[in-house]
Design a protein around this ligand. Structure first.
Ligand SMILES: Cc1ncc(COP(=O)(O)O)c(C=O)c1O
Length: 272
């Protein structure tokens, strides 16, 4: 599963997105073998996020290295490494694809202040990329949005220059919420969830409900289930279909612990 924009951006550029299907068994992470099997003579780029929205999975250094080793055989393939959840990591240090010397010149690292700095509305993102790519992006963005407003840019300097310890309390709180929601979800029959290591989402497989009827509503897919939770429990989730996995729904835990407790209890009542 992947962030919803990737496939659409590829289509906008008249490319053909090829999804590497992963499963909960590998924490929704792609293996080197899966990557290699998905590469065709037309492959131009690999896109992924780590930590991942929606699964919360994080590639370890060894796992990223294994993907980089595959790419060594395909020197014309570039990588878009979306690291916007870099700081929201519950398992330790962040690893960047561009941190490998042999990947540095062909990796476009995407980041922004929306997540760790809770500055979503300020609309500032940034990339680290080979100079010619950065210049081309600048040319394109100059025609599309005309540029990032300078008030937001000034505010972002403060975020960027601050010591990462300043946002530690937020990361600790997200971890507490993750632990809370996972423990509450243990009590939800039919929900099968991996343990997210970062970001602020859980991505349970709810396919055990397909073909069943809940309080008179037939559930045939993840969208039916997500809409049912909205209407019956008044809890908003997102269908996994939006993220390339039709068996799952995404629940955000960027909400207070009280709201999380209330939401899971309403879901429990709706599926009982
Ligand atoms: C993985 C990932 N990349 C990029 C974005 C875009 O973030 P923004 O447009 O707020 O910078 C999001 C937002 O949810 C995301 O989850």
């Amino acid at each position: 599963p992947y962030w919803v924009s990737y496939a659409e951006i590829v289509k906008l550029a008249q490319g053909v997105p090829i999804e590497v299907k992963t499963t909960i068994a590998t924490d929704f992470k792609m293996t080197a073998e899966q990557l290699e099997a998905a590469i065709t003579p037309k492959t131009k780029m690999l896109w992924f996020s780590s930590p991942c929205n929606p699964s919360g999975s994080i590639y370890s250094k060894e796992e990223l290295r294994a993907l980089a080793d595959v790419l060594q055989k395909y020197p014309d393939i570039y990588v878009v490494s979306d690291e916007i959840y870099e700081h929201i990591n519950f398992v330790g240090g962040h690893v960047s694809m561009a941190g490998f010397e042999d990947m540095f010149n062909r990796t476009i690292t995407v980041n922004g202040v929306s997540k760790a700095f809770a500055m979503t509305g300020w609309r500032i993102g940034f990339i680290g990329a080979p100079d010619w790519i950065a210049r081309a992006c600048n040319k394109m963005q100059g025609q599309v949005t005309s540029g990032a407003n300078c008030i937001a840019q000034r505010a972002v300097i403060t975020a960027m220059e601050a010591d990462p310890s300043k946002i530690r309390f937020m990361v600790d709180e997200f971890k507490a919420r993750r632990d809370l929601i996972l423990s509450l979800m243990n009590d939800l029959p039919g929900f099968n969830t991996n343990t997210p290591e970062g970001a602020f989402y859980v991505f349970p497989d709810i396919s055990s409900f397909f073909g069943k009827t809940l309080k008179g509503t037939p559930i045939n897919n993840a969208t039916d289930f997500s809409m049912y939770l909205l209407e019956e429990a008044l809890v908003a989730t997102v269908t996994g279909e939006a993220f390339g996995n039709p068996n799952c729904i995404r629940i955000s835990y960027a909400a207070s612990q009280d709201q999380i407790i209330e939401a899971i209890s309403r879901i429990k009542a709706a599926i009982s």
